[in-house]
Ligand binder design. Structure first.
Ligand code: KG4
Ligand code: ZN
Length: 380
């Protein structure tokens, strides 16, 4: 693992593999040059905190600026994302080397753009946040190193953020408080049910034992010959399909089980396609989507009853799916739960959610050391 040691204004030591050093140095140099030019005014009045955060855990490079006060609604000043989907599409999935290289190339422009949209200067930022995991090591390293560089050059604190915490809290960005609730994170890398007592106080209620829901969407999309990522493509195909055409398995629906499993469902789709290569793509997509959604909704309601919470938070890339959103809305209405879904712009990876998690951490008096390492397998 590469280790970056930096002291105020100067990179003094970097160890690690050749490839990583190259990305680190390049990113540090660009950000350093830019940041020095921007720093001119004294620190803000810290009764209001302005956070600049970077997200680079996978294939989206994102920067956001968020302003907030304790116990008040935060204000998202800017949120910019450079998607790499087109770059990876030709390979049918994310290529780590391409991802980290693109992060490095995109980051400086995105930092500039986020400041421009927020209409503030680098000097107005009170703390810098970045995703430290989970995710691709070489991608995490680029964003976190850039945020650390800005932090050490400006002398402002650095805040390490767990990507999953970002998703989990994302339904409550720009709301007055994060209530006691049950949160479902449903993304390409994770499917996880959490009880959230308050920011920072979490209890895991269930998670997937094999594929994440988004991963299953992407793999089934591939089987159907749809472009990467399969999730949005399956949603589109399913609009013209019959959700009852195939009775795909709903795993672990019996008893009080709160964990998920999607590999059996994926295999069932594969067998169906092997048996009937002319099966209608739209029908497979609609039936697969219905099976995933039934499980997600049922387990989330079950988990909410188990944790005795009346509010449900829904986040992560798959929560962008309109069929998923509608199914949760219908069931929550029927059972009297309050549903909070992340804004569609903030379902897939973004830096606003990282800035929000960083803001809450900062306002509670916590900051993080500059020599803390990324963790590709970080859990919540
Ligand atoms: O949260 P996210 O951007 O990244 C991770 O943290 O994993 O989620 C990406 C996942 C991908 O698997 C993608 O296919 C899925 O979210 N996704 C969708 C939709 N939009 C994105 N899945 C189903 N329907 C969608 N409309
Ligand atoms: Zn994510």
């Amino acid at each position: 693992m590469a280790v970056t040691k930096i002291v105020r204004g100067q990179i003094v030591h970097i160890t690690g593999s050749e490839g990583w050093c190259r990305v680190d140095l390049e990113t540090l140099w660009r950000v350093k040059t830019f940041a020095i030019a921007q720093i001119a005014s004294p620190m803000n009045d810290l009764r209001v905190a302005v956070i600049l955060a970077i997200e680079s855990s996978c294939d989206e490079t994102a920067v956001a600026i968020l302003r907030g006060k304790p116990d008040q609604r935060a204000e998202l000043l800017s949120s910019v994302v450079a998607s790499q989907i087109q770059e990876h599409r030709v390979y049918g999935g994310v290529v780590p080397e391409i991802a980290s290289r693109s992060h490095s190339l995109n980051l400086n422009g995105l930092v500039e753009k986020s400041l421009e949209i927020a209409a503030i200067r680098m000097a107005d930022i009170d703390a810098f946040g970045a995703t430290m995991g989970p995710g691709l090591a070489s991608s995490l390293l680029v964003g976190s190193t850039a945020a650390k560089a800005m932090s050490c050059i400006s002398g402002k604190p650095f805040i390490a953020v767990n990507h999953l915490e970002g998703h989990l809290l994302s339904p409550f960005i720009e709301k007055t408080a994060v209530p006691h609730h049950t949160g479902l994170i449903v993304s390409g890398g994770h499917t996880q049910l959490m009880e959230v007592s308050s920011p920072g106080k979490y209890r895991k209620l269930g998670s997937t034992r094999d594929d994440a829901a988004g991963e299953a969407f992407d793999k089934v999309g591939k089987m159907l010959g749809l472009p990467y990522p399969g999730g949005p493509e399956i949603e589109i195909a399913a609009r013209n399909g019959n959700p009852n055409a195939y009775d795909f398995p709903r795993s672990m629906m019996q008893g009080g089980e709160l964990d998920f499993s999607f590999s059996g469902l994926k295999t069932a789709v594969l067998y169906t396609l092997q048996k009937d290569p002319n099966a209608k793509t739209e029908d497979i997509a609609a039936s697969f989507q219905a099976a995933v959604v039934d499980v997600l909704v049922e387990k989330t309601i079950r988990a909410s009853k188990f944790s005795n919470t009346r509010i449900i938070g829904l986040s992560g890339g798959v929560s962008l799916n309109r069929y998923v959103r509608q199914a949760f809305m219908d069931r929550c209405k029927k059972e009297g739960f309050q549903l909070e879904i992340a804004n569609p712009d903030l379902c897939t990876d973004n830096a606003a959610m990282i800035a929000f998690a960083a803001l809450l951490r900062f306002l509670s008096g916590k900051i993080d050391p500059l020599d803390g390492d990324i963790n590709p397998n970080l859990s919540l």
